[in-house]
Write a protein that binds this ligand. Structure first.
Ligand code: PMP
Length: 285
């Protein structure tokens, strides 16, 4: 991703893609002092753009890293970078981090908080698996307690076990891994939330130890408008035996049907297809 043409917004100005670099002593690289957003632009409009900018500021606050930009300034930066790259359908990555400077210990109050926005074309996150039903591994790691780490932040530190678990999943021929949480309840995938269907009703984990995804919230609202009952509750992994359908939601994943998680299998059923198609229409509306 580093050696290509294009422009990246960095600390208030557009720079050439290849020049969007940071110093090796960047605090974030050593201590995970970084928060980010993944967004998708459809036909020139970022879906839930302000919600993403607001979440970025909230994530910064949760890791004691005040981001020196307002929602309006972040919105303008995203618009600028999309325009500079001539993209109307794109993935947008906003990242804010503690830079290099006076502090090289754990404390970092003297280092500047920096921000960058990049965008690029990115198709279906789960590729071919998208409508056939993705195969998921069950992660060996657990989503941590909110008393261990601020789980509501979209912060780099929370992704260390995601990368480990996704690598392990891919080595087994799976597209992704599903985490349980510290209590043993079904939690989320490495970059997406999970939904299940049984007897026409939908079950999804309570967001008390997982990211309450913007797509997740959108889908719950959509299901309610369709008259489908949604149970937000703690789900034990053994319950997956009785679930008929399953899908993942996320900005990158959109709505991706799941065919298998560990030894549990699911059909790509009518409700899954309906939700995936409705979401596709909604993001382009
Ligand atoms: N959980 C995790 C761990 C994620 O990384 C993501 C992607 N941001 C999600 C859930 C889904 O969130 P959203 O719908 O806001 O993209």
């Amino acid at each position: 991703y580093d050696d290509r043409d294009g422009q990246i917004w960095m600390d208030g100005k557009l720079v050439d893609w290849r020049d969007a670099n940071v110093h090796i002593l960047t605090h974030a690289m050593h201590y995970a002092s970084s928060v980010f957003e993944g967004e998708r632009c459809y036909e020139g409009k970022i879906f839930k753009s302000r919600e993403h900018s607001e979440r970025l500021l909230k994530s910064g606050a949760l890791i004691d890293m005040p981001i020196p930009y307002s929602v309006d300034e972040i919105e303008a930066a995203k618009e600028d970078v999309l325009k500079a790259n001539g993209l109307k359908d794109a993935y947008v990555r906003v990242v804010a981090w503690r830079g290099s400077g006076e502090d090289m210990g754990v404390a970092s109050s003297k280092n500047p908080v920096r921000m960058a926005v990049a965008c690029w074309e990115w198709g279906a996150y789960y590729g071919d698996a998208k409508m056939k039903g993705a195969k998921l591994d069950i992660a060996a790691w657990k989503r941590p307690s909110p008393e261990t780490i601020p789980t509501a932040a979209k912060a780099a530190g929370l992704y260390m076990i995601c990368t480990i678990s996704k690598h392990a999943a891919e080595a087994k021929g799976c597209s992704d891994a599903l985490f349980m949480d510290y209590r043993g309840y079904v939690a989320e995938a490495t970059g997406a939330n999970v939904f299940f269907v049984k007897d026409g009703e939908v079950h999804t984990p309570i967001p008390d130890a997982i990211l309450n995804g913007i797509t997740r919230q959108t889908i719950i609202q959509m299901l309610k408008e369709k008259g489908v009952t949604v149970h937000e509750r703690h789900i034990m992994p053994e319950e997956m035996e009785g679930f008929e359908q399953c899908w993942l939601t996320g900005t990158a994943a959109e709505v991706t049907p799941v065919g298998q998680i560990g030894d549990y299998t699911f059909e790509v059923g009518a409700l899954t297809r309906d939700v995936a198609e409705s979401y596709e229409r909604l993001v382009r509306a």
